[in-house]
Design a protein around this ligand. Structure first.
Ligand code: HEM
Length: 153
């Protein structure tokens, strides 16, 4: 059974996804100001993080502080639901633009993670939020469909 990471196209596909995504973010009226001080490496770091969650190599854990490292970037950012919704919209638009697999099985698993992670980012970003930093890196799987799309033969 392939991982979601392998099915997506691996590191190269996720790097294309985040380059496309943050290009959109930079020029977006709602999100541009939120990300105006992000580093040049931000897109590649998020690609590594997504790759690890989707079952790829432990690259973010090994070099960028793992799940606690990611969580810390969101603390006290005061993110709003409107910003979160735009973030997920632009990410899914980018998934279409860079042609991540469009089968129902992959996309439903991908959207499930994006909804989960983005909602937690908003919760964790609220003033004084109590955030558990020592939790494990989440690993997402195929969920109820159980595996990638296979056309009937
Ligand atoms: C699944 C959801 C999300 C994931 C996996 C994620 C992942 C990450 C990662 C890995 C970083 C650190 C990047 C680095 O090392 O440079 C980061 C930073 C950040 N994220 Fe997220 N994020 C998510 C959702 C969101 C949402 C919904 C927002 C805003 C609407 C957001 C806003 C930010 C901001 C403002 C930073 C810091 C940018 C800076 O360095 O100036 N994140 N995120």
């Amino acid at each position: 059974m392939p991982t979601l990471y392998a099915w997506a196209g691996g590191a190269e596909a996720l790097a294309r996804l985040t380059e496309c995504f943050y290009a959109r973010v930079r020029t977006d009226a709602l999100l541009g100001p939120v990300f105006e001080r992000m580093s040049a490496q931000h897109p590649s770091h998020v690609a590594l993080f997504l790759g690890e969650v989707l079952g790829g190599p432990r690259a973010y854990s090994e070099a960028h502080g793992g799940h606690p490292g990611m969580l810390r970037h969101h603390l006290e950012r005061h993110l709003t639901e409107a910003q979160r919704r735009r973030w997920t919209d632009l990410l899914l638009d980018s998934a279409n633009e860079v042609e991540l697999p469009s089968d129902p099985e992959f996309r439903s698993a991908f959207v499930a993670y994006v909804e989960w992670g983005s909602r937690l980012a908003v919760i964790n970003s609220q003033p004084g939020a109590s955030v558990t930093l020592d939790g494990p890196m989440p690993t997402w799987g195929w969920g109820v469909p159980g595996g990638p799309y296979r056309p009937e033969t």
